[in-house]
Design a protein around this ligand. Sequence first.
Ligand SMILES: Nc1ncnc2c1ncn2[C@@H]1O[C@H](COP(=O)(O)OP(=O)(O)OP(=O)(O)O)[C@@H](O)[C@H]1O
Ligand SMILES: [Mg+2]
Length: 466
Amino acid sequence: MPLKSLVREISELSDYQVYGRVSGVLGMLVELSGLDRLLVIGSRCILIARDERKVPCEVIGFRHGHALLLPFGSLDGIGLGCKAVLAASEPSIHPSEAWLGRVINALGEPIDGKGPLPMGADPYKVRQSPPPAHGRNRVGGKIDLGVRAINTFLSCCQGQRMGIFAGSGVGKSVLLSMLARYTSLNVNVIGLIGERGREVQEWLEDDLGPEGLARSVVVVATSDEPPLMRRQAAYMTMALSEYFRDNGRDVLCLMDSVTRFAMSMREIGLSAGEPPASKGYTPSVFAELPQLLERAGPGVKTEGSITGLFTVLVEGDDHNEPIADAVRGILDGHIILERAIAERNRFPAINLLRSVSRTMPGCNTEPENELVTRGRQLLSTYENMAELIRIGAYNEGSDPVIDEAIAHYGALEAFLTQGKYEQSNLALGYEQLAAALGISWDQDVPEVTGFRDQEQNFDTANVGNE
Ligand SMILES: Nc1ncnc2c1ncn2[C@@H]1O[C@H](COP(=O)(O)OP(=O)(O)OP(=O)(O)O)[C@@H](O)[C@H]1O
Ligand SMILES: [Mg+2]
């Protein structure tokens, strides 16, 4: 098998080498002349530095008859006249099942010190277009994500894509690690994009842990890496997810964060001279986001699926900033984490009344929907009155509906609180929710319930501010 791929690689090598020369460098941007007619957007070149070091670059634009390139590494030792060799066409990887448990960089190289990665049989293009919409399967049955607030109030189906929106330090990374550890899906592909270097190791060791890592492939590009590496890490995460999906696996694809991917696209766009549109983000960022996120989802006539959970950092807790807005429109649901909830020490700090899963209620049974609707009603009644209740302006007994909401509020808050090392599951979640609401529950929740298409009466009218 490796021999086959080696033969293929050799046959892909060109029998002559063409090269150009560096004609200018401005910041991270390299100007190249000599290869004009051979280069297209996305072409790869290898710059040879004065000390023979090789710096891979990618063409991001053309100006005044020269190609503009950005590097995947540092430009130390690059000067005028340095040679630039045209590299093999499209970058591809040869993933295999043995990549599970490994940590790699954006170029698919191992960075965990566990030796080389075994090569799989088939090449996978790192940059891909999403599958055609009409050929795709429908989203599948409900999946168990191991976090009870999400399992019950924001059920997620196989092949669904959800965003986790939050300001900095509100608990995105911890929530992702819980999802990775406790989900019933057995393949995770995790992209850590633009994280602080120090945090990555801590997250891998303390939050994800050896058990979580054993069924995950983690792609890392830290904040100090060039923008092309950060962008590539997102593509790599999707390519690996596609590999496992095509092998019939139901993949959980976690990306932390899409905002840092968008920021790297912004850096690339501005370097190429694109005009900034919204908050400095260039138009290509908004064109690229659906291209990336649509790669997750159900497969095309294959068994597997990619369920995607993508975190979005909302700067200054402004949920209407351009990236959050764009991503919300692309995905099939959003989970909003709120600082005020984290501050009162309720983790995961999900504001249920502002969060939505668009496959609900279709994926639920009748009793499950009734339970969830009842929970939402009680929460929203309490939240509407919260101020008055806190200052003691509400007299008990004035309104039986509010009295009921107050009576259940403590149990509901306790239900929604879940420690970092506490695992839940679908059946247990519903059972505990019913107990919190004082409803008797003897439903036998099947592991995976089929997606039902018919309209059901689900009360979303009270989705407001928690
Ligand atoms: N389930 C939880 N139980 C207890 N504490 C939690 C939980 N989730 C988050 N926290 C607390 O919140 C802090 C911040 O969490 P986390 O690092 O996940 O935030 P973040 O949104 O990823 O931040 P950043 O934007 O900086 O990446 C943690 O250090 C932890 O103290
Ligand atoms: Mg984080």
